[in-house]
Design a protein around this ligand. Structure first.
Ligand code: NAG
Ligand code: ZN
Length: 433
């Protein structure tokens, strides 16, 4: 009986990533803006899936389907663009990741603390249970809100954290979300870590006194669930009501679904594409939940951060055309302050953060992302944070779970620096008005 159970487990694990048989992934390192743009121009033709952006300072990682290997490599070689293999067998690398995660899960089974553990990636049910539990334990400061239900009916939960029950209108609000892109597993824990630091382990009490907080760890719970159960590299939502082919190609890229130059650049009209913008702006209930929060607190929202992975980048508007907003100086200065604070605590084998305009840093334009939308409606400081990833060699595709807590700790330092700067700027703005 026991043998059978073990056998079944192995079969379940190893049958899992069949859909990636024959796929390879590559590091790609453009040396010039021209090369960077050329790489961008190949995305559609070869159905490239970049797990991290290829920029001049650092290589990106791209997934390539079996049928496009030859064409893709030929195109790179013709332009003399440097590349090297990241995973020669994507399915094997994912199986390897699973084994590492499973080993850690078994090691940690005995531990059953109340606090959310940071030694592994957590399923959506565990995150939701934590949010409910921590809200119950800190009723004077934290309120659990279900902003809506996802396409498949899962609650989209967030915490409101305030020492004054959100009633002090003079306090700036800080809003952090994560998990809009389902596969970016390091994103939700950085948001729950902020909850931990504001409720369970308060070492910066000023942040609690000065600000009201909204922390939404998983914007896209359906997609997140699907990356655990079915398709590790799923990025989109799971809606099936967008086009006539959405039942066979579900989902919308949530970070192309916001109503700022929606579907004008860096998006796809093909429902099967990973950057499908949806049938209309805000077609997705998940992005509508974020929109509601942004608008509800707009008059005092000082800072909005949306957590993505990976690439170690802090990016600010405008992503659709590379132009700078009239708040660009503050965006840059506060972005650099966050990156410097992160660097203080970072590890030598982590990349230094790059700070800059979204389009200028990643080399191509994207439209309809939440960073641009939040800034467009009036949030003075709005950033996409591309968290670190260590996807080298045998580490496979996950940031090794041993680094989750490190990333959470250093990212929190960035949030602390960003919040304090945002608070100072907010006060000076309020006085001017
Ligand atoms: C916060 O956590 C650290 C360990 O990371 C611990 O040393 C410290 O005592 C904790 N502080 C509070 C106020 O809980
Ligand atoms: Zn992302």
């Amino acid at each position: 009986m026991k043998v059978l159970a073990v056998l079944l487990l192995c079969v379940a694990v190893y049958a899992k990533h069949e859909q990636y048989a024959g796929w390879k992934s590559y590091y790609v390192g453009p040396k010039s803006q021209e090369q960077q743009q050329f790489i961008g121009s190949l995305v559609e033709e070869y159905e490239l899936d970049f797990l991290s952006h290829a920029i001049i300072e650092q290589e990106g990682v791209v997934l390539v389907k079996p049928e496009h290997q030859d064409g893709f490599i030929k195109a790179l070689e013709e332009k003399g663009i440097a590349y090297r293999i990241h995973a020669a067998d994507v399915k094997a690398a994912l199986d390897f990741d699973d084994a590492a995660i499973e080993t850690r899960r078994r090691e940690n089974l005995a531990r059953n603390g109340i606090e959310l553990p940071y030694d592994n990636y957590q399923e959506i049910e565990v995150i939701d249970a934590y949010l409910a539990d921590v809200a119950r334990r800190y009723p004077d400061r934290a309120t659990l809100v279900t902003g809506g239900n996802s396409f498949e009916g899962r609650p989209i939960n967030y915490l409101r954290i305030s020492t004054t029950n959100f009633e002090d209108e003079s306090k700036p609000v800080i809003f952090i979300d994560g998990g809009i892109h389902a596969r970016e597993w390091i994103s939700p824990p950085t948001v729950t870590w902020a909850i931990h630091k504001l409720l369970e382990n308060v070492t910066e009490p000023d942040l609690l006194e000065r600000f009201d907080w909204i922390l939404l760890p998983v914007v896209n719970p359906d997609g997140y669930k699907f990356t655990f159960t079915n398709t590790r590299f799923w990025r989109k939502t799971r809606s099936t009501d967008q086009t006539s082919i959405s039942t066979s190609c579900p989902g919308v890229d949530g970070n192309r679904n916001y109503d700022y130059f929606w579907n004008t650049v860096g998006t796809s009209n093909n429902a099967c594409s990973d950057t499908f913008a949806g049938s209309t702006a805000f077609s997705e209930v998940e992005t509508r939940v974020v929109r509601s929060i942004l608008h509800e607190h707009l008059n005092r929202l000082a800072l909005y951060l949306t957590m993505h992975s990976h690439g170690s980048m802090i990016l600010y508007p405008w992503g659709n055309d590379g132009s700078l907003s009239n708040n660009a100086l503050a965006l840059h200065v506060v972005g650099v302050a966050m990156a410097d604070a992160i660097a203080e605590l970072s590890l030598p084998n982590f990349r230094r953060y790059v700070v800059g305009n979204s389009m200028l840093v990643i080399g191509y334009a994207t439209s309809g992302d939440s960073e641009d939308y939040a800034h467009y409606i009036g949030v003075p400081l709005s950033y996409t944070v591309e968290l670190p990833g260590l996807s080298s060699g045998l580490n496979g595709f996950h940031l090794d779970p041993i680094y989750i807590e490190q990333v959470c700790r250093e990212t929190w330092e960035g949030i602390v620096a960003g919040a304090r700067r945002a608070g100072d700027l907010f006060v000076s703005l309020a006085h001017r008005n």
